[in-house]
Design a protein around this ligand. Sequence first.
Ligand code: URA
Length: 209
Amino acid sequence: MPKPDWPTAAAFLPAEHDLEHLRAAAAECRGCPLHEHATQTVFGRGGPDARLALVGEQPGDVEDQEGEPFVGPAGRLLNRALEDAQIDRADVYLTNAVKHFKFTVRGKRRIHATPDTWQVAACRPWLDAELQAVRPDLVVLLGATAAKSVYGSSFRVTQSRGVLLPWPVEGGPQTVATIHPSAVLRADDRGAALAGLVADLRVAAQALA
Ligand code: URA
């Protein structure tokens, strides 16, 4: 639950809420300090008619440079999982809970840093506006940050993954929470972790069929 003194992107939202206006306005967002060190805003990708939306955490190093979500290593893993679940990435709206890359610098490397709850909350108006513009039937929440951004900090992906859940407010899309593709890349048993991600994505695909 956002606190009254937390920063928010709300003031940066444009009057017109179609994806093109949202994307242009998000490029200028200064709603929280994460824009200061990131290269650019990484807004969602996909058409306004997508029936399925996928929400990740935040852009990574590659996404920050290229300006597109899920085009780095986690994106390649996600492509594989989508293919295995027979979901066409071209039919999906793909975005993140946070639109700027948060990182710490170690030598020449920029290391991913998990966004704080208040930073996720600050960015939430963009996610809400994207979902209102696209109106998907189903949203897959990839990992804890995306899932907590919708259901709050007590949500546990490990306990509630792979099942259809109602949106917390009436009238919203159903969701399926699952692990983040990066968790598959980090897993000791990558095969099992990937199979779990694919099984959860299949729940989403079957719900849409
Ligand atoms: N991880 C995410 O959560 N999103 C991206 O776009 C890339 C990596």
